[in-house]
Design a protein around this ligand. Structure first.
Ligand code: SF4
Length: 410
């Protein structure tokens, strides 16, 4: 069934074969995100969506208030709703499948999206509500199938509305990466757990390859990237907000992501999942081969801080062994450090250092390491293991306090 929808990507989005011919990308900038979004959408050549069912897929996977550079700006959503409603669709939906432990409707409410949607009669959908369906990926290099939120089979046109962010593990997180939010519940974390069976097949970092496997069968019909308040540095959730006041829109999601990456101050060809997407025919990466409006769009270029290589830069008394963790565990670790470092009992420090290990490739961590996440279970005899995929930040503190109590009894 999704195969039909995927074929629709090629027809509805006016894509001829795997590569778009000079895809159109529209960039707008200004202090009014509603107007920026409306202007960008009106400048695109969209198919006739009368009578179609349209899903708006924002970035609203965490319990975070708006304008922090984590969730899609409510005014961008409002403009998208107003734009699509005047195209007379059969129905318009806003749906999300958040990170583990978060309920979609709670996240949409805190993000300021629920009120906007209700005022306009748009249905909110918890994409995790129905049992998933299995989608085969015949040409997947790492993933041969995915468990997908069933609701997306009920729509004709999907709009990916991510926030313009840097990402600790994939460089940037834009419209392609945002489609992880239609993977059912825990399936999102599976993308972080994959390994190549055969070294000869190594085509890049497993996570990058998995994201491209995913997008091969889940290309959105339209990308509207919200750079009103983006995120720089420790994205996707622990970085700093960056007010870029930009919108980038295109029916070619790779072209949109490539232009957004350029406008963030990076080179699109330095981002592995964009390059891999290009090689697999997802869309265009070369800005020279796109039609980008306005022609002087380069004047909007900014310089987002890239993600740092080591967390311990910010915490001199903490050493983090991050061995291919996913952003979920990394964010948990960062959250834990930010909120609870000053409550950590002294007995768990190793010679004045707090040593933390995360990620599936952790090897021989020092004795006494705080082992965060199920991936580190193999080392539990060497340290203080905190299970979960990912665990919540407060459970790390609970585990350390438990250890303190044990020490006091000795
Ligand atoms: S334990 Fe952490 S690093 Fe491992 S798969 Fe789960 S979230 Fe990712």
């Amino acid at each position: 069934m999704l195969k039909n929808r995927t074929q629709n990507v090629n027809t509805i989005c006016n894509t001829k074969g795997p590569f778009h011919q000079s895809p159109l990308v529209v960039v707008t900038q200004g202090t009014n995100p509603y107007q920026n979004t409306l202007t960008a959408l009106k400048s695109l050549h969209l198919p006739n969506l009368k009578g179609k069912r349209i899903l708006l897929k924002p970035n609203a996977g965490r319990l975070v208030p708006p304008k922090r550079g984590i969730t899609t700006h409510p005014s961008v959503i409002a403009a998208a709703i107003d734009f699509f409603q005047q195209l007379k669709p059969a129905e318009l939906f806003i749906g999300e499948s958040p990170i583990l432990g978060v309920k979609a409707l709670d996240a949409l409410k805190i993000a300021g999206i629920t009120d906007i949607a209700r005022e306009r009669g748009v249905t909110l959908v918890d994409l995790d509500e129905k049992p998933p369906f299995i989608l085969p990926i015949p040409e997947g290099k790492l993933l041969k199938k995915l468990r997908i939120c069933a609701f997306i089979r009920e729509v004709d046109f999907i709009v990916s509305l991510p926030v313009m962010k840097t990402h600790m593990h994939t460089g940037v997180s834009l419209s392609i990466k945002n489609m992880k939010g239609v993977l059912w519940k825990r399936e999102k974390a599976r993308l972080h757990q994959l390994e190549f069976q055969n070294q000869d097949e190594k085509l890049g970092k497993p996570l990058d390859v998995a994201v491209v496997d995913m997008i091969q069968v889940l290309r959105p019909h339209l990308a509207v990237i919200d750079g009103t308040v983006g995120m720089e540095g420790l994205g996707p959730s622990e970085g700093e907000p960056k007010e870029a006041q930009l919108i980038v829109a295109s029916c070619d999601c790779l072209a949109a992501d490539s232009v957004a990456t350029y406008l963030m101050g990076f080179d699109p060809v330095s981002i592995p999942h964009l390059v891999l997407s290009y090689k697999r025919g997802i869309g265009e990466i070369d800005l020279q081969k796109m039609k980008i409006l306005p022609e002087d769009f380069k004047k909007f270029r900014q310089s987002f801080l890239p993600p740092p290589q080591k967390i311990s830069i910010q915490y001199p008394n903490v050493e983090v062994f991050d061995c291919n963790s996913c952003s979920a565990c990394l964010s948990t670790t960062l959250l834990f450090l930010r909120r609870f470092l000053n409550q950590v009992p002294p007995c768990v420090f190793q010679e004045d250092k707090l040593i933390i290990g995360i990620g599936k490739e952790l090897k021989s961590p020092p004795q006494g390491t705080i082992l965060i996440g199920n991936c580190t279970a193999g080392h539990k005899k060497r340290g203080l293991y905190v299970p979960g995929c990912p665990p919540i930040a407060s459970s790390i503190l609970d585990r350390l306090k438990e250890e303190e109590k044990k020490n006091q009894k000795k």
